[in-house]
Design a binder for this molecule. Sequence first.
Ligand code: ZN
Length: 112
Amino acid sequence: MGQKLSASEIEQFAKDNPNTGFDTCKYCNGIEPQNDMLSFDDSDILICEECNDNKFKEIEDELDESIDEVFVTAHQLFETKSGDITPEQSERLDSLKKQIFDLMLEQVKQNL
Ligand SMILES: [Zn+2]
């Protein structure tokens, strides 16, 4: 993971590495030596690993919660006896969540 630099560290790093530039994270404005951050295809936006990880985690959590809510609603509507799920169904659900996550990310990135 890239290391964010303080003002004094930036000054020192620039002295020690006159040929290396700096990158700025779009989301936290953190500064790291050039090429340590992640980028998106077809965009000049850079994001630090920390922001990227946090956003992934938040989206995954929200996706989990939202899908769970729909399942709960479906069970309530049909007044089911239990919420039992087979291992096979659980696997399918995980796979579908991953597909939704990937699709969402792809669609978000193309609109940056
Ligand atoms: Zn950041």
